[in-house]
Design a protein around this ligand. Structure first.
Ligand code: SAH
Ligand code: SF4
Ligand code: F3S
Length: 514
């Protein structure tokens, strides 16, 4: 069946969240639903209030759906996606499915995709190519594409025309609809496409099966309204919606009671937390001030936008305790002119001033960042400004990227005079600087005693344990397996660029210096 036939046979309902009519259609299950994404709709920011739903339940008739069946989810992209995978795993297990570690014996395979750069998307299309053979061998296998790529109409169209063996495509706002989407896919011969483009809702009580028992993620907000000119996220994740503080606090408390040692609060722009809560004046600083009182050893948050990082938050972080002294603060560029074209809404000077305030208030504060090189028309001088800013701040490490045009974003339409060769050279030069600083920061740990949250055996050597410091440095050391899940003291004996080696110390009184 070609795309045209598929679209004709599918029940087409374009637009956003289903209206009354299509909701009724959904309950019929014998017709395929086709709700296409639209980047244009996704861009709109309406005034309608966020609706909070606390009534999610697995419909009675679906409870046996997964009996005797296994699922496998492959996750691409950021922590937000990793956490969405935990929610989907929770829903699948509530439906009776069991997890499996490989695609071969899975009855349902989901690719939870990322759209941030072209190479992230290419990986997914490559994987779809591999899975085609498996799907031909096992026609009963259900293959689904979800996550940020499914919010792009170009991706949906490409899958419809070139990868028609895919059974379902559903969007980031449709995760709670997974039981219905699966049911639809079992009953239908057509591809089920359900992608809502604009969403003002927060669905609270979704089941979750977390990947680990030591570190956990907690969403504090969804979406992004910043619209940096290069970025697809505001289109794939919708408008900013904050969870209610009491829901977040309850979830963190619950994880603490279960023995979790570290929580990372998640949002695309966590510093905008609370701005959309109309009945209370409550921001990230207020939330952190509450959460620090919970009996859990470590609290992190990601990702910060420099523009909204306010003094109250700095004040609260300076109280230390379980609030770790590591802040990921993406700068993107050291040139005020490039920052302006990126619509980051701060200047080089404002960023440096923020860094100065953070360092003055929080002793030993460690900063990491994200940087894009080769922005359209970036000059050599502008790139050098990024290099000099890196040195001036003295970041511990950075994620560095070559700019990748994303269809539908303003930057994708910009004429670009920087050849790819030049972009690659700039990336190499920047990476050399990042490595130099990372190695130096690691060397600073030599002979120091650090606190390590032990996560398990080292990936490279099962005789060695591995864990992270408060500042997120990887430490490998010899120690008893009983230390896994605990915070132990380790004396650093040697440093590599990206990890430290050390010996566990048992004396109670050893003083932690770093
Ligand atoms: N919400 C986070 C960023 C999420 S995306 C923030 O604002 O900090 C993670 C990183 O990917 C960004 O910080 C940026 O450095 C990079 N990135 C985003 N879009 C990109 C693009 N089109 N090309 C290259 N890198 C990009
Ligand atoms: Fe993208 Fe900017 Fe939003 Fe971060 S703040 S998700 S870079 S638009
Ligand atoms: Fe990628 Fe979506 Fe995260 S585009 S980086 S998975 S929000």
């Amino acid at each position: 069946m070609n795309e045209k036939q598929r679209l004709e046979s599918a029940q087409v309902s374009t637009g956003n969240s289903p209206d009354k009519k299509s909701e009724k259609d959904y309950s019929r299950f014998f017709e395929t639903v086709y709700t296409a994404p639209s980047l244009k709709d996704a861009k709109k920011r309406g005034k309608e209030e966020v609706k909070y739903h606390n009534d999610f339940a697995i419909p009675e008739e679906f409870r046996e759906m997964g009996k005797g069946r296994k699922f496998y989810i492959r996750t691409y992209g950021c922590q937000m996606n990793e956490h969405d995978t935990e929610v989907m795993a929770g829903i699948l297990m509530a439906l009776g499915y069991e997890p499996t570690n490989g695609v071969e014996d899975a009855n349902v395979i989901l690719l939870n995709t990322c759209a941030i750069r072209e190479n992230a998307e290419n990986k997914v299309f490559g994987e779809l190519g591999h899975l085609k053979a498996l799907k031909l061998e096992k026609p009963d296998l259900l293959l689904g594409v979800c996550g940020c790529m499914s919010q792009e109409e170009s991706v949906v169209n490409r899958i419809l025309s070139k990868h028609s063996f895919v059974d379902m495509i559903f969007g980031t706002h449709n995760i709670h609809r997974l039981p219905n989407i699966l049911q639809e896919a079992y009953l239908s011969k057509e591809m089920v496409v359900e992608v809502w483009s604009k969403e003002g809702d927060v669905i609270e009580n979704l089941p979750k099966v977390r990947k680990g028992k030591i570190k956990g993620w907690v969403n504090i907000m969804y979406g992004c309204d910043k619209f940096c000119t290069y970025c697809i996220v505001p289109y794939t994740r919708g408008k900013e919606r904050s969870r209610r503080p009491e829901e977040i606090i309850q979830e963190v408390r619950h994880l603490a009671a279960q023995g979790y040692k570290e929580i990372t609060l998640l949002g695309q722009n966590v510093n905008a937390y609370g701005k959309d809560l109309t009945d209370i004046q409550y921001g990230l600083g207020d939330l952190m001030d509450e959460i620090r009182k919970i009996d859990i050893p470590r609290i992190r948050f990601t990702t910060s936008h420099p523009r909204d990082f306010d003094d109250h938050l700095i004040e609260v972080l300076a109280k230390g305790g379980n609030l770790v002294e590591h802040i990921h603060l993406p700068v993107q560029s050291g040139s005020t002119d490039v920052l302006k074209i990126m619509a980051r809404k701060y200047t080089r000077e404002q960023y440096l001033e923020l860094v100065r305030k953070i360092k003055a208030a929080i002793p030993g504060a460690t900063l990491t960042t994200d940087i894009i090189v080769g922005y359209p028309n970036e000059t050599e001088e502008q790139f050098e400004e990024t290099m000099s800013l890196y040195r001036e701040v003295g970041f511990d490490s950075a994620y560095t990227f070559i700019y990748s045009p994303r269809e539908g974003t303003p930057a994708a339409k910009m004429v670009d005079n920087v050849p790819m060769e030049v972009k690659k050279e700039r990336l190499q030069k920047l990476n050399a600087l990042v490595n130099e600083y990372a190695a130096q920061r690691m060397k600073d740990h030599q002979d120091q005693i650090v606190e390590v949250l032990v996560e398990g055996e080292s990936k490279k050597n099962p005789d060695v344990l591995a864990g992270y410091t408060r500042k997120n440095k990887l430490v490998n050391f010899k120690g008893p397996k009983s230390a896994v899940g605990q915070i132990v003291k380790v004396k650093i004996t040697s440093a590599n660029t990206w990890s430290l080696n050390g010996d566990m110390i048992v004396e109670e009184k050893a003083e932690v210096l770093i």
